[in-house]
Structures are given as structure tokens and as C-alpha cells.
Design a protein around this ligand. Structure first.
Ligand SMILES: [Fe+2]
Length: 287
């Protein structure tokens, strides 16, 4: 009889653990940030970036329908994907293609991560076919002559392929022009000191997965590239006028475990810094 009850308890514990494990990995969250910029042109007030990162070959429902359903409920103007669409242990590009093919009709910008490079970045050609703009140490202008911003991207900093100077050069302004906002996409947050020194306005990064397991008060204990108790692991960081947002990503790499850091899609809205009251009325929130 005792064995019977032990078995019931054991099965119940296993079911609960399975439920928690599944929920932590698949219950998607939407996280919204506002960043106020003094140099934001009038026409770009409210410009919103959908930021996705670190899919690692994971599927959210059949053909990504669960993820796409959530994305289609959001309003945004461009899409940034900051690397690690695949996984070094499973370089299947199918889940990423399913996602990108069905994304709303907005320009997608991509920077490679370390997992793309562990598979020789064989996905490049397919991404180009899908209409994705790859910003590996490059920059592109978004907007019209009367008001625009620069989207810059660096190749993977984790494997030392980043050349921020080249991307900044590509976003060079005409002499005498008032500086346009610069939004930098990078796989790893280790680029932040260099980006802040160059007064880049916004950095969107991934790579850390928020530590994958987060503890109360402590947060992330380890991230690759930063080691124990990483300085930049999740959320918003400020250095002078530069703001960095770290997206904890959608997937996992080595271990298929998340705890206290659910997969996220991130929305970053740029707002004018000089009209606080108006901003609150129009967008319902400050910065
Ligand atoms: Fe990753």
C-alpha cells in the first residue's frame, strides 16, 4: 500500500515538474520599452521596433502559429532579429524560415550570432532570398530626407566579428547635418561600452537568454561571454545618452530549460524627449 502512495506522489511531482518546465519554455511574454530621444525627427515619433532574438531552432506551435499570433496583435514599423536563429546542436533552419516567411509585411533586419557562425553562417543566402537585410557591420537609413534614423548592425561580437567603426562609417552624416538617431543591432551586449563611447542612441542585443535561469534578488548567475554574475544580462541599461535593451530571446541553447525568464518578444518605441505631456497623451506612457 505504501508503494502505491509513493508512486502516486512521484507521478504527481513529475506531472507538476513537466508542466512548469513546459510553461517556462513556451508561455510567451510581450515586453514593451519606450526610449526618449532628443534628436528624434517629428515624423518618427512613436517609431516602434519589433525585436526578436535567439530562436535557436525552436517552434511555438505548428509552423510557429502561436508566436505569429502574438506578433500579429502588435503594432510596429520594422523588425530586428539579433542572431542565433539556429542552434549549433541542431542547425535546422526550418523553424526560422517558417517564422520569417509569415511575419507581417515590414522590413526585417538581421545580425548574425555565434550559433550562425558555428554552422558557417550557411543561412545567409536563404535570408537574402526571404528579403531580410543582413547588417553585418553595415548601416541603412530609414525614413525620408526630412526625417530619418539609422539602423546599424554589427556581425557577432561574441566571436569577435564586430566592426562597429565600419557600421558607424556607413551611417556617416554629411558635414553640418544634425545627427540622426542611431539604433544598433548586435547579438551580444558586450558591444555596449564601445557603442556608448560612440554615443549610439539605442542598442538592441540578445545572446544572454537572461541567464536562462534567474534567481530572486540575484538575477542571472551565468551567461556565455560574461561568466558568473554577468553585468549585462536582461532588460534596460543606460550609459550616458545610450540605452541598451537586452532581449532574453525565444529559445535555448545548451540546456532546454528556462526558469523565471520566459521567452519574450520585445517592442521598443522611440519617443521625442522634449514633449513629455504630449507624449503621455498620444502614447499613454512616458519613457
Ligand atoms: Fe543564443
Amino acid at each position: 500500500m505504501l508503494i502505491f502512495w509513493y508512486s502516486i506522489i512521484l507521478i504527481t511531482v513529475i506531472i507538476i515538474l513537466f508542466f512548469v518546465w513546459y510553461r517556462e519554455r513556451y508561455a510567451l511574454k510581450v515586453k514593451k520599452y519606450s526610449i526618449c530621444l532628443a534628436n528624434l525627427p517629428e515624423g518618427l515619433a512613436g517609431f516602434t521596433v519589433l525585436h526578436l532574438s535567439d530562436l535557436h531552432g525552436k517552434r511555438f506551435g505548428k509552423a510557429q502559429q502561436k508566436l505569429l499570433y502574438l506578433i500579429r496583435q502588435q503594432q510596429f514599423d520594422m523588425i530586428a532579429i539579433t542572431g542565433d536563429l539556429v542552434n549549433k546542436f541542431n542547425p535546422d533552419f526550418g523553424p526560422a524560415v517558417e517564422l520569417i516567411e509569415q511575419l507581417p509585411d515590414k522590413q526585417v533586419y538581421f545580425v548574425p550570432g555565434n550559433h550562425e557562425w558555428t554552422t558557417g553562417f550557411r543561412q545567409r543566402e536563404k535570408l537574402v532570398q526571404l528579403g531580410v537585410r543582413i547588417l553585418d557591420n553595415k548601416a541603412e537609413r530609414i525614413g525620408k530626407d526630412e526625417g530619418y534614423l539609422w539602423v546599424l548592425g554589427v556581425d557577432d561580437p561574441h566571436t569577435g566579428r564586430d566592426r562597429l567603426d565600419e557600421a558607424l562609417k556607413a551611417a556617416g552624416e554629411e558635414p553640418g547635418a544634425s545627427p540622426a538617431p542611431r539604433v544598433l543591432l548586435a547579438h551580444s551586449p558586450n558591444i555596449f561600452p564601445e557603442a556608448a563611447a560612440a554615443k549610439v542612441d539605442v542598442v538592441l542585443a540578445g545572446h544572454t537568454h537572461g541567464g536562462q535561469v534567474r534567481f530572486p534578488l540575484v538575477g542571472a548567475v551565468f551567461t556565455p561571454g560574461q561568466g558568473l554574475f554577468p553585468r549585462w544580462n536582461y532588460g534596460r541599461y543606460q550609459s550616458g545618452p545610450s540605452t541598451m535593451i537586452i532581449n532574453p530571446g525565444l529559445g535555448e541553447s545548451d540546456l532546454p530549460i528556462r526558469l523565471n525568464i520566459k521567452p519574450e518578444i520585445v517592442l521598443v518605441t522611440l519617443l521625442p524627449a522634449d514633449r513629455n505631456q504630449e507624449r503621455k497623451i498620444i502614447y499613454g506612457r512616458g519613457c
